[in-house]
Ligand binder design. Structure first.
Ligand code: ATP
Ligand code: MG
Length: 428
């Protein structure tokens, strides 16, 4: 029954997977914070034109990947396929363009109608950063350094390589585009159907084709390098220099690297792995100096990247497990009566508690095991009469008695300080 299946290209994040995702986003948020980036959250859907124009009619995203629909009020809306356009829209809508530089971090779901594969989904998730208002190559360097630091913190930097290229300024790009088109026209019949379609709309994107025939043709295509203006070349040299000489960050020049989106200028980069088959790009971005103006704002430089959380989550080692709880195990009715208040008190001390809901002692102990509890607190009639609890170390089975007059206890009572200190010593 379709009702019982997730839609194609979507997936449930069960606790284990959710923990991996959370580890990626938590790490990314922390690293972005080290560089002074603050979080922004924009809506999941926007008016279609927020994406269509900036991303470009000729891009794969706009041509065939967007989830676009008309809502009940007749508005044309699109589920965001990426977040840069949304962030720029938010800057303009909220009048933030005056107070540059702007440094934003985001995290959330994106939607693209693609053929699902390992590491490729229709609803996927990205973390990303955008730095606006800085035209200096220093911004490119810093943003790449941020990406690199994230990958290092995630423990995967030795399994990715940084690929770097420049698309130059709009003049260089236009000259190169013209040269490319005339080259591809001369070999038009050999191009794949997809690439023939791109010839008009987005010829640079042909360089990125994965079709074997296209790859052969691309090998002889003119090189961007020969069409770069002096200013573009100088800009790129500074970026390369800053990365290599100042930060000792290694990279490969990849003259075929172009980005799927139309709005990139100058620096483009990708951190690529061979661990994930064809889905090699884990973190990708570049400079987009024309975008803000294209969207109706003032001229404003911008540079940023986005990283696929699913792909990063597949690569990282097992993140630290959740803290192990204290199991509160009442035996008998009197025990049950105090178990709830005791559990609340332990939580107020900052420790996780698993309260066995029902059953006899052995059933509750199995529940404690299943919850990976570190300790169990046993409370039966005898313990209550004596004003103690039994504390069992579930790893070595050792048991001790601790003063804890539970029956008359009220929250905040000093009478349980001994128990609190003992529990906190276990540091679970
Ligand atoms: P690809 O070449 O793999 O299609 P892309 O160039 O379309 O990637 P970007 O738009 O640059 O990707 O998005 C940045 C990152 O988001 C990618 O490097 C990748 O890690 C991730 N990503 C993009 N599309 C998907 C998807 N459909 N499923 C999962 N992750 C994705
Ligand atoms: Mg893509």
């Amino acid at each position: 029954m379709r009702l019982l299946q997730p839609a194609r290209g979507t997936q449930d994040l069960l606790p284990e997977a959710a923990r991996r995702h959370r580890h990626v986003t938590k790490t990314a948020r922390a690293v972005a914070g080290l560089y002074g980036f603050v979080e922004i959250t924009t809506p999941i859907f926007e008016f279609t034109e927020v994406f269509a124009r900036p991303i470009g009619e000729g891009s794969d995203i706009v041509a065939k990947e967007m989830y676009t629909f008309t809502d009940r009020g007749g508005e044309q809306l699109t589920l965001r396929p990426e977040n840069t356009a949304g962030v720029v829209r938010a800057i303009l809508s909220n009048g933030l363009a005056q107070s540059t530089p702007l440094k934003f971090f985001y995290d959330g779901p994106m939607f693209r109608y693609e053929r699902p594969q390992k590491g490729r989904f229709r609803q996927f998730h990205q973390v990303g950063v955008e730095l606006l208002g800085v035209a200096h190559p220093q911004a490119d360097i810093e943003i790449i350094a941020l990406g690199q630091r994230l990958l290092r913190e995630l423990g995967i930097s030795d399994r990715v390589v940084l690929k770097l290229n420049t698309l130059g300024d709009p003049q260089s790009r236009a000259a190169y585009r013209a040269a490319l088109v005339s080259y591809f026209l001369s070999r038009q019949t050999e191009l794949s159907e997809d690439s023939r379609r791109r010839l008009d709309a987005n010829p640079l994107r042909i360089l990125d084709s994965k079709d074997p025939g296209d790859i052969r043709i691309n090998a002889d295509a003119p090189s961007f390098e020969d069409y770069l203006s002096d200013a573009s070349r100088l800009f790129f040299d500074k970026v390369c220099d800053g990365l290599a000489r100042t930060l000792h960050l290694s990279f490969e020049l990849d003259r075929r690297l172009v980005r799927g989106l139309d709005y990139y200028t100058h620096t483009v980069f990708e951190f690529v792995t061979s661990d994930l088959g064809a889905q090699g790009a884990v973190l990708a971005g570049g400079r987009y100096d024309g975008l803000v103006e294209l969207m109706g704002g003032p001229p404003m430089a911008g540079v940023g990247w986005a990283a696929g959380i699913e792909r990063l989550a597949l690569m990282i080692a097992e993140p630290p497990p959740p803290r192990r709880p204290v199991a509160v195990v009442p035996i008998g009715e009197r025990g049950e009566a105090v178990a709830l208040i005791l559990s609340e008190m332990i939580r107020s001390w900052g420790l996780p508690v698993e309260l066995g809901y029902s059953g006899n002692l052995s059933r509750r102990m199995r529940g404690a095991d299943r919850a990976r509890a570190r300790l169990a607190i046993l409370i039966g009639d005898d313990e209550l009469n004596r004003g103690i609890v039994k504390l069992r170390d579930l790893d070595d089975g050792r048991q001790e008695e601790i003063d804890a007059p539970l029956e008359n206890v009220v929250p905040g009572d000093f009478a349980l300080d001994g128990l609190r200190d003992r529990l906190q010593k276990f540091n679970c």
